[in-house]
Design a protein around this ligand. Structure first.
Ligand code: MN9
Length: 291
């Protein structure tokens, strides 16, 4: 199994001082917590990490703090996507310098670009370091929708080894699997991980892995061993918790649950709002009954 296959937690970012500071000690605790859960690696500075609510300097602090806390004990993927390619290139070089294993990026967003322009962007960005590069495909949030053939073409670019595929179209995923048999395809929606594995995914990257890693790893093991009913039951159990997280808001929910586990995550930055009393009650019930 290559370093890129397996199960990676998409890391949230702890803030302190009324969300003004990166809570570096808590971030180190979160890294340790995930390493002890025996996941294969960490996906750092992505959507779950509130990357787009941070300055470039803060994104560097997160990358450096995680690398120091991990100390080579797990595979680290740095998300460097940004509307500004210069920022992405800068963060990619920084991540390589502090010891990351993989670079990843969502396509540049806000303005709409042609497939040719985005392809040129990835050709250029993926060569900013010598590290393997993983495309982050999240059409619902990035607004960029590739056909399987277009995504397979991107995967042919040098240095580009795979994709974090956060997309619920499993038919398109199967087409991509057939078009890119040698690429590492990591499933990005936790609620359909088993479906992704059954269509040939090489693993997954997920935000909810931070709070249910053992269930995710048990699901993957059951699938590998052909225990389909066990795998389906585990996916359904995972989804009962995801139902609550999605209804409240995934990132604020993760922080609330991790706070309850003793990791001082603080809150999400505005525009995210504070959790209501009822939302906290439903999360407390979920922790009690579903974890
Ligand atoms: O890449 C992940 N993270 C976010 C998507 O959407 C921020 C997923 O792990 C989802 O959070 C998860 C729940 O919908 O599948």
């Amino acid at each position: 199994m290559s370093k890129l296959e397996g199960y990676f937690a998409a890391l949230p970012t702890p803030f302190s001082d009324d969300c003004q500071q990166i809570a570096q000690k808590a971030l180190g605790d979160l890294v340790q917590f995930n390493i002890e859960s025996r996941l294969d690696g960490l996906y750092v500075g992505g959507s779950t990490g509130e990357a787009f609510l941070m300055s470039v300097a803060e994104r560097e602090t997160v990358l450096a703090t995680v690398a120091e806390a991990a100390d080579g004990r797990t595979t680290l993927m740095a998300h460097v996507g940004d509307p500004n390619p210069a920022v992405s290139a800068h963060l990619a070089k920084f991540a390589a310098k502090v010891g990351y294993d993989v670079i990843s990026a969502v396509p540049p967003f806000y303005y709409s670009y042609s497939v040719a322009e985005i392809t040129e962007h990835y050709r250029w960005l993926s060569c900013q370091t010598d590290l393997p590069f993983v495309i982050y495909n999240f059409p619902a949030l990035s607004g960029v929708k590739w056909s399987p053939a277009e995504l397979a073409d991107l995967l042919k670019l040098s240095n580009i080894v795979g994709v974090k595929n956060t997309c619920s179209d499993l038919y398109a995923f199967d087409q991509l699997r057939r078009l890119a048999p040698k690429s590492v395809l990591l499933h990005g929606f936790d609620e359909s991980l088993l479906a992704g594995l059954s269509f040939g995914a090489d693993g997954g990257i997920g935000s909810t892995y931070n709070v249910q890693a053992s269930r995710v790893l048990a699901l993957a093991k059951a699938y590998r061993e052909g225990r389909n009913e066990d795998a389906r039951r585990l996916q359904s159990q995972a989804n009962k918790l995801i139902d609550v997280l999605v209804s409240v808001g995934v990132i604020p929910s993760l922080k609330f649950i991790l706070n309850q586990q003793g990791i001082d995550m603080g809150e999400c930055r505005p525009p995210f709002g504070a959790l209501t009393k009822d939302q906290k009650k439903s999360l407390e019930a979920a922790v009690e009954n579903l974890m």
